[in-house]
Write a protein of this length. Structure first.
Length: 160
């Protein structure tokens, strides 16, 4: 049986291709270090966490939230909140509320979605020990989180 040998240069190229190919998933999202969010233009919310978005419709919060989302969330949730399949499409976050006719039920639905959003951003999401979203409490302040929610409300799939 003939013995095949690989020229040294070809072996080196094969190893490099293997290393680069296996490292690509780690590089696919770029630098995932959270970026600072400047919330100095927003009203200070204080220590107590709010149960509803206090920045709903606030133009300054929309500007801060757009920048914060693009720097910290888009790599997983997609540019302009349009998911590329890695993580949920956040334009659809409160779609269930849009079809409600009763104003009180719609308001309760929006409040529940605000609470879900804030809990998820603060504490992250894990399943079976796998981290699906890292926690951002202690990295982002409350103002940054609600500003991001204000941005997402401007990108809704279905209008309220």
């Amino acid at each position: 049986m003939p013995r095949h040998t690989v020229p040294p240069a070809a072996a080196v190229l094969a190893v490099l291709a293997l290393l680069i190919g296996s490292a690509t998933p780690a590089w696919s999202h770029g630098d995932v270090t959270p970026q600072a969010v400047d919330t100095s233009s927003l009203p200070v919310l204080g220590e107590a966490w709010r149960g509803e978005n206090p920045y709903r419709g606030n133009e300054a919060a929309l500007k801060v939230g757009t920048s914060a989302y693009n720097q910290n969330c888009a790599r997983c949730h997609g540019l302009e909140a349009v998911s590329g399949g890695i993580a949920p499409d956040l334009r659809k976050l409160d779609n269930d509320c849009a079809s409600l006719k009763d104003a009180a039920r719609k308001a309760a639905c929006v409040k529940e979605n605000d609470e879900y959003f804030l809990t998820t951003v603060r504490h992250g999401r894990t399943r079976n020990g796998a981290v699906y979203m890292p926690p951002f409490e202690g990295i982002f302040n409350q103002e940054a989180m609600w500003a991001i929610k204000a941005y997402l409300e401007s990108r809704r799939d279905k209008a309220l």
